[in-house]
Design a protein. Sequence first.
Length: 365
Amino acid sequence: MTERAEKMPQWVPRATAIFLGGATLVAALVWMLFRVRSLIIVILVSLFLSFAIEPAVNWLARRGWRRGPATLSMFALILLAVGGFLYAMGSVLADQITKLTAEAPGYIREIEEWLEARFGIVLETDALVAEFSSGGSAARLASNIAGDLVSIGTALMSLIFQTLTVLLFTFYLVADGPKLRRLLCSALSPKRQALMLKGWEIAIDKTGAYIYSRTLLGLAAFLVHWLIFALLGVPSPVPLALWVGIMSQFVPVAGTYLAGLLPILIALLNEPISALWVLLAIAIYQQLENYLFAPRITSQTMNIHPAVAFGTVILGASLLGVVGTLLAVPVAATVQAFVSTYIRRHELIESDLLDDEGVEAEETE
């Protein structure tokens, strides 16, 4: 009787083996996903770009274009727009760097005189002024860049390789889109084919809505900041306003800070007091955009609640970093639309918690 009581139950070894096997499988999957994380990011970015470009390619295909040349034409337009933007910003930066180098001795003298007059602090800046005047700082900067040339070149080559990989994936996803969908559908039943094609259509629609909403917000930011920079006398108001509009809307996380940093620095070099007004104007507009414009435009164009959009951005950032913040909103809108299409809706019961007018009336009383 005692031996039978002390004997291990038969299900314990089996349960232990199942638990250990499941834990090992999960650990292996996590390790594998971590190892191919960069490939997953490349595929997700390629899908996002293909969903954004395909409507235009389909429009050209319906007018007699072959999908390959139509896709290449869209790539050429995008690269031309990006190249024009980079050229405009490069010209602005080159002019400001030249101006900074030429006027740096004067700035240093003004700071020295101001500190001495206000606080009695005497600085020895003759060596620093002489270095700027003789071009020593530029030579030192060039020397530092040359020392880091290998690491810079490696990072640049990695970036170029990833960009070409994304473009290649995107090209085949768009140019051979119908072939790819036929291949996938041939392995599914008719019911599942309709389900997959519906999801694909929703993804294209929501990606287009996301780009449309970002474009509207970017256009508004461009026009407002163009007016502000022109009134404040900031140099190159059009390229700087374009910089703010693009960076604040299409560069995740750091885009908002980078968008404001460049105009503030250029205003500081031109007229220090105007930099304060630029900072104030950008901060006020960002608050208006974050709490007034962006939630309304996002909810109307993508049919997604602002709280859901904000939460998905945080989740995307924690999972995939910068790429996750870029893809979070269109993915969430696609999932929500897909679920809403097939979920069964029921008639609502009567309750004050479901009645907006009742809640507002109760609050006013």
